[in-house]
Write a protein that binds this ligand. Structure first.
Ligand code: FHN
Length: 428
């Protein structure tokens, strides 16, 4: 408890210290405008094809897990293909795991030899390859970085997980934090502009002193515009620049991953899998449909949040065809309807059972996702001049009545999303 209070105190102290730079504030705006990103969970666990938690779930010791990298040889990894796939999907940024809970570094870290360059027959720094390609193709790159570590013996006392790894019951917690900071320093100095760090894993030791002010301060001193976020499922700590939710829209907790995370005042993002797995799982065929994924993206935008959609690449460096097909379908939809998502913020009508609204440049986009009636009643939107169907431009009857605004929706609905554009007086 004492450690937790110390951490809160540290955060409170930082409350007076952290002032995002103008570049960071600009990055936050760009992040919110981007709306849609690609999450990539990739590591040596993909060799087993049973997800990224396999070491913990199957009680694999460090000694046995260390046999995996020798079988990880992603000779078909092509960063240009991955970035092109993301751009074809309409994604504006990529968040890739630099290190997941297994502690395995997907770059050539100097802090240990537990990394892709030293331990695999591939010997290449895939993060450098991807970072160079992202910079070449003009797409932002974030690193997902697990604070939780099932391999490092100094991650001690152990937390709720990783207790069957066979590590000795001793270690130096602050030496581990120094190790983590030194690895982060490598990522923030050797890979060009990094859009941000997506932390995960504090929930493993909620009462520990994570020394956030030191780590966050280092990140912001090395790259002031880099956005810090942490998937701790709590209200944001000072020093964080965005807030993420997992498998739920902001403020919801239907899947239990969002804990006590009240919505803060920072840019928001929610993340989701395309099947049920983050890391490659060869048996998981529970794929979401393009309609479900597009509606998730639209609902996220209607909740003033970004959508970070995950792929778990295979050990050969390829992404499975089901994921590629879904991403292409989303890109097709966005090429026709992206105006109602990109650059928008949550609309004046809060999310409803029938759908959501977004807004941009004096226009309100009414996303009718699930409504079969002819009339749709909205709260009063007094300054609306006209209503048309996005794309066709077909006029939509709009009537101001006591207490609200009525739309007569077109008979022909889009099964995915019928978008009605309301031009307001504020629209140039
Ligand atoms: O334990 C991780 C999990 O492996 C995955 O990385 C997700 C992604 O948001 N985060 C944690 C579970 O909350």
């Amino acid at each position: 408890m004492k450690q937790f209070l110390l951490m809160l105190l540290g955060s409170a102290v930082m409350a007076q210290n952290y002032q995002p730079t103008p570049d960071n504030l600009k990055a936050r705006q760009g992040f919110q405008d981007a709306k849609f990103g690609l999450f990539i969970h990739w590591g040596v666990y993909s060799v087993l094809g049973r997800g990224e938690w396999v070491m913990n779930n199957e009680k694999i010791t460090v000694a046995d897990y260390e046999k995996l990298p020798a079988q990880f040889n992603p000779t078909e990894f092509n960063p240009a293909e991955w970035v092109a796939m993301a751009k074809d999907a309409g994604m504006k940024y990529i968040t890739i795991t630099s290190k997941h809970h297994d502690g395995f570094a997907m770059w050539g870290t100097k802090q240990s030899d537990w990394d892709i360059v030293d331990r695999t027959p591939y010997h290449k720094d895939v993060l450098k390859m991807l970072a160079d390609e992202c910079h070449r193709q003009g797409i932002k790159l974030f690193f997902y970085h697990s604070q939780l570590d099932w391999h490092n013996t100094d991650y001690f006392p152990r937390g709720r997980t990783g207790v069957t790894s066979g590590r000795p019951e001793k270690g130096d917690w602050y030496k581990y934090l120094d190790y983590m900071d030194n690895q982060l320093r490598e990522l923030l100095t050797g890979y060009g502009e990094i859009a941000g760090i997506w932390f995960d894993g504090m929930w493993d030791r909620p009462d520990a002193d994570w020394r956030l002010s030191k780590t966050y301060g280092m990140i912001h001193s090395l790259q002031p515009a880099a956005m810090v976020g942490s998937n701790h499922h709590l209200k944001p700590f000072d020093g964080e620049d965005f807030q993420m939710f997992e498998k739920d829209l902001p403020g919801k907790n239907t899947t239990g991953f969002s804990g006590k995370s009240e919505i803060g005042a920072l840019p928001l993002e929610t993340c989701e899998t395309m099947n049920d797995a983050w890391g490659y799982n060869s048996n998981d065929k529970h794929f979401k449909t393009p309609t479900q994924l597009i509606q998730y993206l639209v609902k996220a935008a209607g909740n003033n949040a970004n959508f970070l959609l995950n792929v778990g690449p295979m050990p050969n460096g390829k992404i499975q065809p089901e994921f590629i097909q879904n991403l292409h379908a989303m890109g097709e939809w966005l090429r026709k309807n992206g105006e109602s998502v990109y650059g928008t913020r949550g609309g004046p009508v809060t999310p409803r059972p029938w759908g959501v609204t977004t807004q941009k440049d004096g226009k309100i986009y009414v996303h009718v996702l699930d409504w079969s009636d002819e009339l749709l009643a909205l709260p009063k939107l007094a300054n609306v001049r006209s209503a048309t169907v996005l794309g066709s431009g077909q006029n939509v009857e709009i009537r101001q009545v006591d207490g609200g605004t009525l739309l007569r929706l077109p008979a022909g609905r889009d099964a995915v999303d019928t978008v009605i554009v309301l031009a307001t007086d504020a629209h140039g």
